[in-house]
Design a protein around this ligand. Structure first.
Ligand code: FAD
Length: 371
């Protein structure tokens, strides 16, 4: 029996597991390695912070999905890869040999660039660690009678959504002493979005009472303080760090070809350009034509990865894939309102939130929630 190891339960691997559940691989023993039994869907995380969803509705039951796919589930993280001997070493001491390896472990938080962030602030990733810590932070906010400053550092889509979500929760639950500030390095939030979306977000931040602090590049943290490359420091009672992503160190250490940031370089078939027995997809991969690190591209890679892993297992030729140039982004802005951004266009409304809600709930339901 040959062995296929799926490392990580990210968006693309959800598609692979669903495909295997429909049509098992003959003559292959499949293993899934994931540190958690569930995969929290990041698109719904701001909705959980806002109080729209219980966490169970935002989580996909990976162990059940693996069982349906006839894959053996290992609740542990991959720590090192021996690409010469085709072996993965895991945090719990498990060693897994493979004939074919597929990696969809997502990104790490870019906290190495921000000294003090792990001690003094709360990074959004790993998402499970954030989910475990957020209720304690809410208790801290509630137990305070005087002003509480919550800062969200990082004004990409995730930071913007979290700032709006926290604002919504504070308004609905009557946390009138909580002040929310969104800090970003650009003059306006949502650096990569079309100018009209950026203007709309800036206007909504101001309407909803979130303070915007732009042109601030953070250098590091001290207790209750962020220091910037210019301008005065920003004090806080709590700070969420949503400043982008970094690559894990082990792919490069294993000798896999990586880009300059350490993300695994793959060709159009999603195979490593240096090790064809290794596939990678999602944020951990560097595609031939660079694409933004985003869940949309990780989801779109799923069916291609499923087809190509199956092709290689069955001795066929994998097919080339070019990720679409543009992706639709649906950005929740609190108060059951959202913006849709596509290329240079954007539009906002309560109906956009309803649309996003339907897509997000449909996505997790397709793979099976833990609810
Ligand atoms: C708050 C928030 C909101 C977002 N909203 C959107 C959105 O609306 N639209 C959008 O396109 N993008 C969104 N993103 C970005 C999106 O989350 C990522 O681009 C997406 O998760 C990448 O998917 P992935 O499959 O590469 O990895 P992930 O979704 O991160 O999945 C990786 C999996 O691998 C596991 N893993 C990690 N390390 C290991 C290891 N060493 N061994 C084994 N398993 C491991 C993890 O536990 C996880 O289950 C959002 C991000 C955040 C933080």
């Amino acid at each position: 029996m040959k062995r296929l190891v799926l490392l990580g339960g990210g968006h693309a691997h959800l598609g692979v597991l669903a495909d295997l559940a429909e049509r098992p691989l003959v003559g292959w023993d499949v293993h899934l390695v994931s540190p958690y039994r569930r995969q929290i869907y990041s698109g719904m995380l701001p909705g959980w912070v806002a109080g729209h969803y219980p966490i169970e509705s935002c989580a996909i039951a990976l162990d059940r999905l693996a069982r349906n796919a006839r894959a053996r589930f290992h609740e542990t993280a991959g720590r090192a890869l021996n690409a010469a001997d085709n072996e993965i070493s895991c945090a719990d001491g498990t060693r897994l040999n493979f004939d074919l390896l597929s990696i969809d472990t997502g990104p790490l938080p870019a906290t190495d660039l921000l000294p003090g962030s792990l001690e003094h602030a709360l990074p959004i990733r790993p998402i499970e660690a954030f989910v475990a810590a957020w209720p304690g932070l809410v208790d801290r906010m509630l137990s305070r009678c005087r002003r509480f400053d919550l800062v969200v550092l990082g004004a990409g889509a995730a930071g913007v959504e979290l700032a709006f979500a926290a604002r919504h929760r504070a308004t609905v639950d009557g946390w009138s002493h909580v002040r929310i500030t969104l800090v970003g390095s650009g003059a306006m939030p949502l650096e990569d979005a079309p100018p009209c979306a950026r203007r709309q977000v800036a206007r909504l931040l101001s309407q909803r009472g979130v303070t915007w602090l732009g042109d601030r590049r953070a250098l590091g943290f001290a207790a209750g303080r962020i220091d910037f490359d210019q301008g005065p420091s920003q004090g806080f009672d709590a700070c969420l760090v949503v400043t982008g992503t970094a690559a894990p160190a082990w792919p490069r250490a294993a000798g896999l070809a990586t880009d300059e940031h350490g993300f695994i370089r793959v060709g159009p078939t999603l195979q490593s350009v240096s090790h064809p027995q290794v596939f990678a997809a999602g944020d951990v991969a560097a595609y031939p034509d660079e694409r933004p690190k985003s869940g949309v591209y990780a989801v779109k890679a799923g069916p291609v990865l499923a087809g190509n892993l199956r092709a290689v297992c069955e001795g066929c030729t994998p097919r080339a894939w070019t990720p679409q140039k543009r992706a639709l982004y649906l950005i929740s802005t609190g108060n059951r309102h959202a913006l849709a951004a596509w290329g240079p266009w954007s539009i906002g409304g309560d109906w956009v939130w309803k649309w996003k809600n339907r897509i997000d709930r449909g996505f997790v339901r397709r793979f099976g929630t833990t609810a």
